[in-house]
Design a protein around this ligand. Sequence first.
Ligand code: ATP
Ligand code: MG
Length: 398
Amino acid sequence: MYEYILIRYGEIGLKGKNQRDFIKQLVKNIKRSVKSNLGKDAQINIERGRLFLKLNGDDPEIYYPSLNRVFGVLSYSPVRKVNLDLETIKASALEEFQSLPKPQSFRVTASRSNKRFPMKSPELQKTIGSHIYNNITDLKVNLHQPDVEVFLEIRDEGAYIYSKKLSGLGGMPVGTGGKAMLLLSGGIDSPVAGWLTIKRGIVVEAIHFHSYPYTSERSKEKVLDLAKVLAQYTGQINVHIVPFTKIQEEISKNCYESLWITIMRRFMFRIAEKIAHNRKALALVTGESLGQVASQTIDSMYAINHVINTPVLRPLVTMDKEEIMTIAKKIDTYDISIRPYEDCCTVFLPKEPKTKPKVEACEKGEARLNIDELVNEAVENTEIIAVYRDRKDEYGFF
Ligand code: ATP
Ligand code: MG
């Protein structure tokens, strides 16, 4: 029977206080994820560069979905703990081996921090290895490339045995990297951009520009559903729904059609920067990818970026659509993104958008608009909806 799950985290480049904060946040996030999925308070010990989650009689597998949603978890293993008695250790190691799907070859790797234990590591490896070998038919020992490696650790408080290693998501614990505002459309790209940002430990709040009645309630629901998927990794995502209709109407009435998209995006950035400031976020995040559409040429990015001072993170900037779609499928946003509801940009789509818009041309077009008033009005009428993982997480990054 398994007593613990051993959890490994990446610690490359982390030292001193950074490492302590990283571990503290990681433990907190694992506890939140378990609490939210299982309604349980996980008991986690921190020991020598690893974490031990105590199972208290639970099947370890019930914890895997929770661990698979926590950034910062590199890998994990269910672990047996037995008394420091050779016969008991042998039996437990064999039991561990028998729980695996028929490996052809194996090795035993032992370590002994408890020097009072009478057998040294090489001898232990041999003894435990022989015991497994003698009890399983058609099995080979392979020291260099075994199908399975059975690990045995002899410590003061007991012996630990494990062999399964499951991959986690890697990345950094959410909450260790500050906050950013994700411009979340209903498309395929921006949820992926959000997920990749969260992966680096950043807390994300979403901003969605909504053009009711040109876009329907259902397109808003789609965005909230996407936010819910992202909330699986953070616990909570606040979604700021910005009324964008008036701005789009003003732009389409007053500006050259070929510049609609560029000017619209400049408004999105201005509004997002204001909301970021109010929410103490230090960057915007978009799903832009170079060259994907007219508004994502480097000329367009320059013209759009020109209106703000806040850094814009573009995690997908060099990715091909195929690569982005692969991630979208892996993280379960793809099926939501391809639901056929219109986006605010498709409603006011010019026939021939400029691929090389000029800042001066945009400024000239915008001179007919009352920019500050339009931006402030949109920010003031923004609705905030909190989207939660499963049950309500009452802790908060927010
Ligand atoms: P996506 O798949 O994310 O919609 P896209 O390939 O359709 O991206 P665009 O429509 O050009 O690209 O949008 C570029 C980026 O601008 C999006 O990735 C998103 O970050 C932001 N964006 C576009 N429309 C909206 C919207 N209605 N609300 C919030 N952000 C938006
Ligand atoms: Mg889009």
